[in-house]
Design a binder for this molecule. Structure first.
Ligand code: GLN
Length: 441
């Protein structure tokens, strides 16, 4: 069989290829000279499969796509509070290079516009780090996301540096408000160097996939960044990543994204994949024209909008039956699928509605493929309450989907791994709060 996804990517690339609208970025002379016909798209799944079509290995400068990653670095190096004190998280609805700061605080509105991005750049590394060391740190950080050593395009860097009047103006304003606390020139230099890092669409897809994969690079398996930071970064990408087109993007495409003026565009779909496209001609917002078209197609063809509501949760309670007679009467609740808060609530209700009178209750999680923290705690609380009500509670968990089934204060829970043991759990492991960590048979 021929693989499906490369064929699909070839097809969508061919569909957008004829479009020649938009212009390459002109305010950075070196970018104006880029080949406008370049076109590529890459999907990188969270388990490390990479599919590409077109110009997937052509290098171009990362530009603003560096911003969410530099934000992640500032958050990791300094912690949330010091960063939030200096850079907000509100969509500005303004152009990326708008000379505007919050009226009362002087804070840039978000880390995706240049004012916010220069500020987050200044917050990378420990306080007082020299600008040159800081840029190195940022480049190494971007490299960890890409899974290879990235380098700076010195020509593009010099070209932007020469015409950086607007960014210098913004940086001086930030300095006057005390948001920047050092020489603004050094911050602008460092930020422009950060923007001049060379990447390919393949690199960008891997960087996005690392965000989609809770901060773990799917190829190197390295935990590059903390999960809490990833959530913050994806949220800001979702609300501010496309500047003054962010609302249109969020409603029509619905993938946390970030664009750059060299023509790159990334999208990160939590738990699924990272996407990158490359096409240098830009629309009036500074977003790649054909990149946006590609994402529109990806989103609708593949149902990738993050607000797409999944079909009313496949029942988490697959069946609820009673087996056996007399003292052997056993209530068996077979659970299934992925369980999160709403699924756990459904289970609690099922238990309450069943007004259980059987001496034994089996919670069968054999068909559960994932259970998040809140659902796990709710399920164990169900077990605790049932055991306090006098039931023997058995957890049938062949794959150990709930590794440490602590039933909590006063509760007791018998864990079995084979279906036959569920009805005869005499020899199985039992977990009790008072003996937490010990197995009693
Ligand atoms: N280096 C560019 C700038 O600061 C990045 C802008 C962008 O990609 N939107 O103007």
């Amino acid at each position: 069989m021929q693989p499906l996804i490369p064929d699909y990517l070839d097809e969508v690339l061919a569909a957008v290829a004829p479009s020649s609208s938009g212009e390459t970025a002109s305010y950075i002379p070196e970018l104006a000279a880029a080949d406008p016909e370049r076109l590529g798209a890459v999907f990188a799944t969270v388990d490390g499969e990479v599919y590409g079509a077109g110009d997937v290995d052509v290098e171009f400068t990362i530009q603003s796509i560096s911003k969410p990653f530099a934000y992640a670095l500032a958050l990791s190096d300094r912690g949330f509070a010091p960063v939030l004190e200096k850079v907000g998280v509100e969509p500005s609805g303004e152009a990326f290079n708008e000379i505007s700061l919050e009226r009362d605080t002087g804070r840039p509105r978000n880390p995706m516009i240049n004012a916010g991005a220069m500020t987050t750049h200044s917050l990378a590394g420990a306080e007082g780090m020299k600008p040159a060391e800081r840029v190195e740190r940022v480049i190494r950080w971007l490299s960890a996301f890409a899974g290879r050593d990235l380098e700076v395009d010195e020509t593009v860097c010099a070209s932007e540096m020469e015409s950086a009047h607007r960014n210098l103006a913004i940086a001086h304003m930030l300095r006057s408000y005390g948001i920047l606390t050092e020489d603004p020139r050094g911050v602008v230099d460092g930020y422009i160097r950060q923007c001049s890092v060379l990447v390919s669409a393949r690199d960008l897809a891997m960087m996005a996939a690392t965000l989609a994969n809770r901060g773990i690079n799917p190829l190197s398996d390295e935990q590059v960044v903390d999960q809490a930071v990833v959530r913050q970064v994806l949220s800001v990408m979702a609300t501010c990543g496309m500047y003054d087109a962010a609302g249109d993007w969020a409603t029509q495409i619905g993938i946390p994204a970030k664009s750059g003026v060299a023509g790159g565009l990334i999208g990160a779909l939590p738990g699924q994949l990272g996407i990158a496209t490359f096409s240098p001609r830009l629309d009036s917002h500074g977003n790649s024209v054909r990149g946006v078209s590609l994402f529109e197609r990806f989103s609708s063809d593949m149902g990738l909008h993050v607000m797409e509501v999944p079909p009313a949760g496949r029942e988490v309670v697959r069946s609820n039956r009673v087996r056996g007679e007399g003292p052997d009467r056993t209530r068996i609740l077979r659970l299934q699928g992925g369980i999160r808060f709403a699924g756990a609530e459904r289970i609690v209700r099922e238990v309450l509605d069943s007004a259980l009178s059987e001496p034994r209750v089996v919670l069968d999680v054999s068909l559960v493929h994932s259970i998040d923290d809140v659902a796990r705690r709710m399920l164990l609380e169900v077990a605790r309450r049932l055991s306090l009500d006098g039931h023997q509670v058995v957890l049938l968990d062949p794959e150990t989907i709930i590794p440490e089934p602590d039933p909590g204060d006063g509760g007791s829970l018998t864990v079995v791994h084979e279906p036959e043991e569920a009805l005869n759990p005499g020899v199985a492991d039992r977990w009790e709060r008072s003996d937490w960590g010990q197995r009693l048979s």
